[in-house]
Design a protein around this ligand. Structure first.
Ligand code: GLU
Length: 510
């Protein structure tokens, strides 16, 4: 009988979420929604030495911004809480004791110096990756090698210890991965991992398994860097007698740098000028600030669409998928095994498409504060027309503030090269005198009327349309390119257009 789907996103609060982390969250989210299941946030903070202040809030804010609503989590609560591992500290010891009693785990008292010494000795004997395992454990200080009464004494004296899982020698450990098929490890490749420390904290492996079990997690969807840990987890399920509760695994491919091979890193983002974090992040130690996708101007739905396609595709040619469509189309079977290259140009294309598809009213709302800070105080009707006029020309929403600044104030400068190319032609200045006179007499200041007037004059004067249009455009906007000229002129208004023409003519006739 299949269990109701429950998946968790289980980040460690060791810094901002990286693109790969948000994608893991997204695939968990899509999978949960597609299967009518629950999407849970569990904070894995057992390694207190790696705790970074602000990271937990950052993770939650990122999920919220991207629209991945949680069913259970540290804020949302839920019947399987607490959802932060440091708040669950009291839950783990019992299972560790169970493993020790059944002979699947043991106490180890080795000091850091003794561990170093062991590694050095083995290295000098030509062992490339020395490990605490079925061979070395025999001559280290642990409850397998030491006499029982000494173990007892050490424990009574409260000597520092760790608990290690006892991994057997030369045993095949196999598990099925939804993305990779059957994965087989040999237990000799695995060391006796520390699962618990005498400060009462479990390590990642132990806490992760106990929590997945107690929280009734059905599918573990996580990055491929956790693949080597999975045999340890499989052993723990077996040793604890929870095999029938073992979740299914799906290990997601890496997100690769755009150029060359290898995992996408923050350094690649810095080097190539794109964000790798969803939101702005200030490193609490160095105070270094990294820009997020949000602040760079990405719309959350575009961001989600971009992420979804980094390692998954539904087949076919459609690329624009709204969240609901992604949920409908998503399946782990269509996640690829090989890494997905991040392409920032493609990401920008997605954002552009989403901007075009966003209702003008919504774009206006999202820009309102920025318009005010930029000292732009036009009525909504004007602002909406403006947005409509420029919507095909922006990649990021905030570009609206600067791209057509001349729709709000006089041009700052002129494209002089383009202007002079035409202004020096014989009858152009005279033609513009005519145009100006005719435009001043135009009563119904509408784009089509402006167009007729200008076309009439340029025909009468035998000018080239291109010369007149470019010159007119530079006079009123300063720029040689832009959106439809006559619509621009209509919006700027008659008096202002004439005034700008006068200013430009005076400037270029000097
Ligand atoms: N805490 C691990 C991380 O930081 C979780 C891995 C897992 O999902 O099991 O990614």
């Amino acid at each position: 009988m299949s269990r109701p789907v429950r998946v968790r996103f289980a980040p460690s609060p060791t810094g901002p979420l990286h693109l790969g982390g948000v994608r893991t969250a997204l695939y968990n989210y899509l999978f949960a929604r597609k299967n009518g299941g629950k999407f849970i946030l569990r904070i894995e903070d057992t390694d207190q030495t790696r705790f970074v202040p602000g990271a937990e809030e950052y993770i939650m804010n990122s999920l919220k911004w991207a629209g991945m609503e949680l069913d259970e989590g540290i804020i949302e609560g839920g019947e399987f809480g607490p959802y932060r591992q440091s708040d669950r500290k009291h839950l783990y010891k019992k299972y560790v004791d169970q493993l020790i009693e059944s002979g699947h785990a043991y106490y180890a008292f080795d000091t850091p110096e003794e561990l170093d010494e062991m590694r050095e000795r083995l290295k000098s004997q030509g062992v490339p990756n020395p490990a605490y395992n079925h061979v070395t454990r025999q001559y280290m200080k642990n409850s397998i090698s030491l006499p029982a009464d000494e173990v007892k004494r050490r424990l009574e004296e409260n000597q520092a210890y760790v608990v290690r899982i006892k991994v057997s020698r030369n045993e095949e450990i196999r598990f099925h991965d939804i993305i990779r098929g059957w994965v087989i490890f040999n237990s000799s490749q695995i060391d006796d991992k520390v699962i618990f420390k005498s400060d009462g904290m479990p390590t990642y492996h132990m806490a992760n398994i106990v929590d997945d079990y107690l929280m009734k997690i059905t599918h573990v969807i996580r990055g491929e860097e956790w693949l080597p840990s999975t045999p340890v987890h499989v052993l723990l399920y077996k040793f604890l007698g929870w095999e029938d509760m073992m979740p299914e695994f799906a290990h997601l491919p890496l997100i690769l740098k755009p150029d060359g091979n290898g995992k996408l890193s923050k350094r690649d983002g810095d080097r190539l000028g794109f964000p790798v974090f969803p939101l702005n992040w200030i490193n609490p130690e160095t105070k270094e600030e990294s820009i997020g996708f949000k602040e760079r101007g990405f719309l959350p739905d575009a961001f989600v669409n971009i992420l979804a396609f980094l390692g998954w595709n539904p087949g076919g040619t459609q690329e624009l998928y709204k969240k609901e469509e992604l949920i409908e189309a998503f399946s782990l079977e269509r996640v690829s095994k090989s890494g997905a290259k991040f392409d920032f140009e493609k990401a920008k294309w997605f954002n552009q498409q989403y901007i075009k598809a966003t209702p003008i009213d919504n774009l206006l709302e999202s820009l309102r504060d920025e318009f005010i800070s930029a000292n732009i105080h036009k009525d909504d009707e004007y602002l909406k027309k403006y947005i409509q006029l420029f919507v095909d020309r922006v990649t990021f929403v905030k570009e609206f503030i600067s791209i057509g600044y001349y729709m709000f104030k006089k041009p700052n400068s002129y494209d002089e090269v383009q202007f002079n190319k035409r202004w020096t032609k014989e009858n152009i200045p005279a033609t513009f005198d005519n145009i100006k006179t005719q435009l001043s007499e135009l009563n119904d200041w509408k784009s089509n009327n402006i167009e007729s007037v200008i076309k009439q004059v340029l025909n009468d004067n035998g000018c080239k349309s291109g010369d007149i249009m470019s010159t007119f455009r530079i006079m009123i906007s300063g720029e040689a390119g832009g959106p439809p000229l006559f619509e621009m002129a209509e919006m700027i208004g008659k008096e202002e257009v004439i005034e700008r023409m006068n200013t430009a003519i005076a400037y270029f006739s000097k």
